[in-house]
Design a binder for this molecule. Structure first.
Ligand code: FES
Length: 104
């Protein structure tokens, strides 16, 4: 473990261990938080969630599914995002759960 993601899910905060070289979608799934996804390549937007604190990078890939105003509002694409420190995430589009984009 290098860092921790605190994730707002159903009114609770769950902590997930992160590695700098592992994308967030995979790290969350390994902890039992399976997000909606399809392309796993930053194109479809199904995995979109909000980064409330911390930083990610896309390892040279482009988050095409995000509008510039979404990026400015803190939305990220976990399928291609890698952590760059501790994170606080919300609006996780859990598989079988409510649609993406909510604050919590
Ligand atoms: S799974 Fe398609 S953008 Fe993340």
């Amino acid at each position: 473990m290098e860092w921790t993601a605190r994730c707002w899910v159903g009114g609770r905060v769950l902590e997930v261990e992160l590695e700098a070289t592992r994308d967030l979608l995979s790290a969350l799934a390994a902890a039992g938080l399976v997000l909606r996804s399809a392309c796993r390549n930053g194109l479809c937007g199904l995995c979109k969630c909000r980064l409330l604190a911390g930083a990610v990078d896309y390892a040279g890939r482009e988050p095409h599914a995000l509008w510039s105003r979404e990026r400015a509002a803190g939305f990220i694409l976990p399928c291609i995002a890698r952590p760059r420190g501790d994170l606080l995430l919300a609006g996780l589009p859990l598989a079988g759960g409510p649609a993406a984009g909510g604050l919590i």
